[in-house]
Design a protein. Sequence first.
Length: 378
Amino acid sequence: MSFIKDIFVAVIGFIAFGIFGLSLICYYPVAVLKKFEEKFIRREFYRLAKFVMNVVKFVSKSFVIEFKEKDLKEPCIIVANHSSILDIVVFSSVNFKDAVFLSKGWPTRIPLMNKYLKAAGNVIFDENTSFEELCSLVQKAFDKNLKVIVFPEGTRSEDGTVKRFHKGAFLIAQKLGVPVLPVCVKGLDKTIKKNSVIVRSCDVKITVMNKIVVPNEEQVLDITRKTRQLIAEEMEKQSGEGINVKKLMLHRPPMLLVDKVLEVDGDFARTSFEIKPDNIFLDKNNVLKRSAQIEIMAQALAASNAFDSKQKNKPTQKGFLVMLKNITFFADAKCGDILECHINIVDFIAQTHIAQGKLFNQNGTLLCEGEIRIYCFD
């Protein structure tokens, strides 16, 4: 049954992209020779892209578009990871239909494609284009109430991982005084792999993150790296594998008692920790000391706070446990267990996070619960 489904998805995808490709081939000469208006050309491409996107949604296991950033009206430079040829279709068919691409490389060297891209209002440049000229071209797009989409990796990723970001888009954003809008694209690399035309059924999620302001040229490189890191961390979080807390926490082994942040959603967070044989909190019977269960909950709260700080481009705060309340133990944890901690932040008073914590083992057994308070400082 699975094999039949794969064949069905591949055939449907091949037909959809065949129609899309033929439509563009027939439309290129007409659009260029008839000198259609930019807005008309973009609208027609949007309709074609919407058709393909509906097919992708139909064959996908799941397809989610999440908007953390609500204000999409103001001019901005949209930066996204680039893992599939479908990325262009996605951005042309969702809420970015009033947007154009910053394009360089092979698309601009295809006969008629260059003229078509320019006719649609896309920002086309090459090695001979100066930075000032490029900024002027982008500003003209903003003057038309358009957003500009950039893939700062410069090329599609082979394996879906987020590669190094070039800083050009961030320099332009700083020069023109507009924010950068990061977008994380997850799953399209598996829907159509690089150098392949076969469509596969996969989970797809597009996350529009919060805008980032580039205040001055001195911070361009740092913000470029942080934006890439934010998208990479969002990719990790969506994968279900969690975010490695060594990238977040000030704790280090053997005192580090959290392995991964599995989820952060508002005031709720989940973390995981595997009890390995070399854990210093194991007793002679390979049972974890109950004081370590409390420390795991405290570090889970610290990890969720650190993740939130990273999302907001703020430095990770230091902190220490100041109070425990209504701590109840129900069962012990032993070597080899994989523990999951649930944290609900209930208040923040006088630099102190107040949270309810629960610790479970891999079987869902509740080990302990109670209130923890951590004082935070810079």
